[in-house]
Ligand binder design. Structure first.
Ligand code: GS8
Length: 221
C-alpha cells in the first residue's frame, strides 16, 4: 500500500532539508525517496513536478506539492495544524515578516553560493562579498534573539539553517571565514544544529567533497 506521505528529495539539497526538518518538527511520518537529480530523473519525479522537474516534492494522499517554501510555509504548517506551528497562527504581521525573510533567503543565498563555487577570480571574490553581505543582513535581523521569530523556532530558521552546512565548503573554496563577519549567525547555527529535527536532516559539514564534485561536474565558469 502506498505510504500516506512521501518526500522526493536529494541528500545534500538545502531545499529538501527544509522539508525534512518541517515534517520532523510536526511529527509526520513519511517515506524518504532519494532522487538522482544530477544524472537521470525518475518517472515519478517528472510526473509529480512536470513544471520545474526539481526536488523536493511532497506527495500526500496522492497529490504533489512542489517548491520547498510552499511545502513548508503553506502545506506542512496547514495540513498538520495540531502540531507545533511553524508560523504564528493569529499574527498576520509576524507571518508577513517571516515570509519576507524567507523570501530574502531564497532570493539571495543560493545564487551567491552557486557563484562562489562555480566562478573564479574576481567573479568569485564578488560572490564572497555578496554572500557575506547577505549573511550580515540576516545577522542584524537575528540580533540577540535565539531564533528569527524570537524565542521559538520557526519558518525562517528552517529556511536558513540548511545552508549553514555549506559554510565550511564556502570557506574552503573561498578561503575566508564566515564566523569573522557573522559570529551570531554561526552561533545561531550551532544552537540549531543540536535540535534533533535539524541534526537528522542536515548534511555533515565535513562532506564538503560534494561541492568539489559539483565543481568538477559543472566546472568553474
Ligand atoms: N526553488 C526550489 C529549488 C529546488 C532545487 O533547486 N532543487 C535542485 C536540487 S537542490 O539544489 C534540483 O532538483 N535540481 C535539478 C535540476 O535543476 O534539474 C525549491 O525551493 O524547492
Amino acid at each position: 500500500v502506498e505510504p500516506e506521505v512521501v518526500l522526493l528529495d536529494f541528500w545534500v539539497s538545502p531545499f529538501g532539508q527544509r522539508c525534512r526538518i518541517a515534517l520532523e518538527e510536526k511529527g509526520v511520518p513519511y517515506e524518504y525517496r532519494e532522487q538522482d537529480v544530477l544524472n537521470c530523473k525518475g518517472e515519478l519525479l517528472l510526473r509529480s513536478n512536470p513544471v520545474h522537474k526539481t526536488i523536493p516534492v511532497l506527495l500526500h494522499a496522492g497529490r504533489a506539492i512542489c517548491e520547498s517554501f510552499v511545502i513548508v510555509h503553506t502545506y506542512v504548517d496547514e495540513a498538520w495544524p495540531d502540531a507545533a506551528p511553524l508560523l504564528p497562527r493569529d499574527d498576520p504581521y509576524a507571518r508577513a515578516e517571516a515570509r519576507f525573510w524567507a523570501d530574502y533567503i531564497d532570493k539571495k543565498i543560493y545564487g551567491c553560493q552557486t557563484r562562489l563555487w562555480k566562478l573564479k577570480g574576481e567573479a568569485q571574490e564578488q560572490a564572497k562579498k555578496d554572500l557575506t553581505e547577505v549573511l550580515k543582513t540576516l545577522e542584524s535581523e537575528l540580533g540577540d534573539k535565539p531564533y528569527f521569530a524570537g524565542d521559538t523556532f520557526g519558518f525562517v530558521d528552517i529556511a536558513l539553517v540548511p545552508f549553514t552546512s555549506w559554510f565550511l565548503a564556502y570557506e574552503k573554496l573561498g578561503g575566508f571565514s564566515i564566523e569573522e563577519h557573522c559570529p551570531k549567525i554561526v552561533a545561531w547555527a550551532k544552537l540549531w544544529r543540536e535540535r534533533e529535527s535539524v541534526a537528522k536532516a542536515l548534511t555533515d559539514p565535513d562532506k564538503v567533497e560534494f561541492v568539489q564534485f559539483l565543481q568538477t561536474k559543472f566546472g568553474p565558469m
